[in-house]
Design a protein around this ligand. Structure first.
Ligand SMILES: [Zn+2]
Length: 389
């Protein structure tokens, strides 16, 4: 460890988060109430303004750069603890967009209930944006001064597959000492040491319309063809290797008395290894129609590579676990099906630890919430990592 961590310093970090919990939650509340569904440029900019102004009050922050994304709003890159330090930076990765449409906060407003706080996008991941800024403050306020510069990169299009965020993430990650990803933790606050990769495909079927009652034999049903392709696609599932293929959205046809000449479906694909990714992609792009009179058009492809639990990932997890044990809690790990921007980083061979966000549940769902009692210890682990990597 370049910076030896002690029980005293970890306790001081935790105490810092306890003392600042009110401010942390106030910023979180402002972020939640400023809705930023992925692709909503005004919402994105408004959230970035809140973050930029919060970052501006932290002494360790050297610069705040707002980076325009044409279709999604603004990314923000915050550099801290830079000074003369030429060591490779620690990169903290997060996203400011959510899956919740505008109006969700009106329907399900910020609500504290016992140990939980509910709010659209709070768990994935607005509370974690506030946590990251507070971690800088915690390091500054205690004896946990980082050995390396810290870069916080918050992108605005993660929930849309990161089309404009990805090159920024890869550019920062490439030179990083380690990348810490603020995605929601798994049940019980566990970090994520493996994630499946994802692919998204669309299949369009072109058939031929005809009167469904008078001369159905002249038609070619695109819906029937799509149904048969759906079964074929589901046969690609392989639970033993963790591969899943699912037709998630399907529609077709025009009127109840017409043989449907068009049908379309979206396909969600997940895999744990690059080999499986290749197998599935190959099978999908080479689909042939059952009825030769029908035509298939396939688009899409592999979106995120799998995040595999390499030795680098495992050693970073081990470090986090040691820090947690100084606060007498056992930090678990999980392997999950959902992908994140951590997948891009893992594929670069950079040490990455994902799922470092605050404990909670219900990401993307109506019951999305965080658990308040464990914010301080999770903040301490994040700060401890920043201080010792
Ligand atoms: Zn997320």
């Amino acid at each position: 460890m370049p910076n030896q961590m002690t029980k005293e310093i970890m306790s001081a970090l935790r105490d810092h988060f306890v003392a600042r919990q009110h401010e942390l939650l106030a910023l979180t509340c402002a972020l939640v109430e400023t809705e930023s569904p992925s692709g909503d440029k005004d919402g994105s900019s408004a959230v970035v303004s809140l973050l930029a102004s919060a970052a501006g009050s932290i002494g360790a922050v050297n610069s705040v750069e707002r980076i325009t994304s044409e279709d999604f709003g603004e990314h923000v890159r915050i550099r801290a603890f830079a000074g003369e330090n030429e060591a490779a930076p620690i990169v903290i990765l997060g996203h400011t967009d959510t899956v919740h449409p505008r109006g969700a906060v009106k329907e399900r407003p910020w609500r504290a209930e016992g140990n939980r706080i509910y709010g659209p996008g709070i768990f994935d991941m607005k509370a974690n944006l506030a946590l990251a800024l507070e971690a800088l403050r915690a390091c500054e306020a205690t004896e946990a001064c980082p050995q390396s510069p810290v870069t916080i990169l918050l992108t605005c299009d993660e929930e849309s597959g990161s089309p404009s965020g990805r090159p920024l993430i890869e550019a920062e990650a490439k030179n990083a000492r380690a990348v810490l990803v603020l995605e929601p933790s798994a049940a019980g606050g566990r970090v994520k040491t493996a994630r499946k990769g994802t692919g998204m495909f669309t299949i369009k079927v072109h058939g031929r319309a005809a009167h469904a009652g008078l001369e159905p034999e002249k038609g070619v049903s695109a819906v029937l063809e799509l149904a048969r392709q759906t079964i074929r696609l589901h046969n690609l599932n392989n639970p033993a290797t963790g591969t899943t293929v699912m037709v998630t959205v399907a529609h077709g046809g025009t009127h109840s008395n017409v043989v449907p000449d068009e049908a379309e479906a979206e396909i969600d694909v997940r895999f744990s290894s690059a080999v499986e990714a290749g197998r599935i992609e190959n099978a999908i792009v080479n689909l042939k129609p059952f009825d030769e009179r029908a035509q298939l058009t396939i688009s899409g492809g592999i979106n995120r590579p799998p995040l595999e639990r390499t030795a680098l990932v495992a050693s970073l997890y081990e470090r986090a676990r040691e820090l947690a044990s100084l606060l007498d809690f056992e930090l678990g790990e999980a392997s999950v099906g959902g992908a994140s921007d951590g997948n891009f980083v893992g594929a670069l061979g950079v040490p990455v630890l994902d799922g470092l966000g605050i404990e909670g549940d219900g990401a993307h769902a109506a019951h999305e919430h965080i658990i308040v009692d464990n914010i301080a210890r999770q903040g301490a682990v994040l700060s401890g990592l920043i201080a010792t990597l």
